[in-house]
Design a protein around this ligand. Structure first.
Ligand code: GDP
Ligand code: MG
Length: 370
């Protein structure tokens, strides 16, 4: 049978041994730091911290990786692709995002007042596409730094009158590092000075070669301003999505990533979540980054109240105890008690990590001064 000392257990739980000793005392177990604990005592305290003891091995369910599990073939269905638009400043990212939204989202939507939640969906040939509205580079860097991968396809906008610029190259590097397919949107084709051949020529340097030249990169000439070519771009996205065979299991607890979050005066913590697998429902107990809560209300990209959100759907939720950060991952848990325990443990761990980082930094400073 497995036995752990109080110190070992505290380490696994990311807690101070003194805190664990206190907790044990409250639970009626007297122990010292180097004392071996019986399985019953370990279970007792683990449960109290929201950690499961499985097959005599302590499973750290405060690690959100635990919930990001794979599904078997039989349980997955096609899901919409999640697209990020990147490119050099002023090459037309915002104009393109707005143009796609305006031509597609408001179609048939009475009123058509769309609220900004950091992402939106459009329907093309009966298939949904999710666009992330956050600045592409920031989304890629902050989210990938946190180990989150949300994008399936990268659209890189290059202005046909300007060509490849530093942030174009940056965008290419991000997309390549993430190993996602790239579609080049050759923008501003309406301009007199537009020179798409130059754009294609310049991009060959980055192994982005058009089909006409023997490569396999999709180039779509368009004008984000006039709307010409946007339908072609959307069709190419659908085509690439089909090739990628993007799948998810709608019949499981939701997992995903925070797109953006802020504190709202009236509503408290408000977070836009991208559901990446499973279905998120109002009332779900949830752990989001280092906070937790219960999904109180959900609003979709059209500003409508919804009760559930399936794979690849962006929704804005309220009901969290604190404000998470963009790129934080989330997971729905089976019950509120565990969600609270996991959330509190994670907040505690983050605080401790921060403290040790601070003390390390001050130690470094000390050495620098010597
Ligand atoms: P971003 O910095 O990449 O988000 O670029 P913006 O979308 O803000 O566009 C920068 C400027 O280029 C704005 O003045 C746009 O109106 C203009 N612009 C964007 N797309 C086009 C286009 O297709 N044709 C023309 N002529 N101008 C465009
Ligand atoms: Mg912009």
């Amino acid at each position: 049978t497995e036995s752990l000392t109080v110190a070992e257990l505290a380490k696994k739980l990311h807690r101070e041994p003194s805190e664990v000793i206190k907790k044990l005392f409250m639970l009626g177990v007297m122990a010292t730091i180097n004392q071996d604990l019986e399985k019953e005592a370990i279970e007792l305290i683990a449960t109290d911290y929201g950690v499961e003891v499985e097959e005599e091995i302590l499973v750290d369910n405060t690690d959100l990786d635990t919930y990001f599990t794979e599904d078997d073939e039989g349980s997955v269905e096609e899901r919409p692709s999640v697209v990020t638009i990147m490119g050099h400043v002023d090459h037309g990212k915002t104009t393109l995002l707005d143009s796609i939204r305006n031509t597609k989202v408001t179609e048939g939507e009475a009123g058509g007042i769309t609220q900004h939640i950091g992402a939106y969906q459009v329907t093309v040939d009966g298939k949904k596409i999710t666009f992330l509205d956050t600045p592409g580079h920031a989304a890629f860097t902050t989210m990938r730094a946190r180990g989150a991968q949300v994008t399936d396809i990268a659209i890189i906008v290059v202005a046909a009158d300007d060509g490849v610029m530093p942030q174009t190259v940056e965008a290419i590097n991000h997309a390549k590092a993430a190993e996602v397919p790239i579609i080049i949107a050759v923008n501003k084709m309406d301009k007199e000075a537009a020179n798409p051949d130059r754009v294609m020529q310049e991009l060959t340097e980055y192994e982005l070669v058009p089909e006409a030249w023997g490569g396999d990169t999709i180039f779509v000439p368009l004008s984000a301003l006039s709307g010409d070519g946007i339908d072609d771009l959307l069709e190419m996205i659908v085509l690439v999505s089909e090739v990628e065979e993007l799948k998810a299991n709608p019949n499981r607890n939701a997992i995903g990533t925070v797109i953006e979050a802020q504190l709202d005066k009236g509503r408290g913590s408000v977070a836009t979540l991208l559901v990446q697998n499973g279905t998120l429902r109002v009332g779900d107990p949830i752990v989001v980054g280092n906070t937790f809560g219960r999904v109180r209300a959900m609003v979709n990209d059209l500003g409508r109240r919804v009760k559930d959100a399936g794979p690849s759907t962006p929704v804005e939720i309220t009901g969290l105890n604190d404000v998470p950060q963009a790129g934080d991952r989330f997971a729905v848990l089976d019950d509120e008690k565990t969600a609270r325990a996991v959330g509190e443990s994670r907040a505690q761990q983050a605080l401790q990590a921060q403290r040790s980082e601070k003390s390390r930094v001050s130690l470094d400073n000390l050495f620098e001064q010597m």
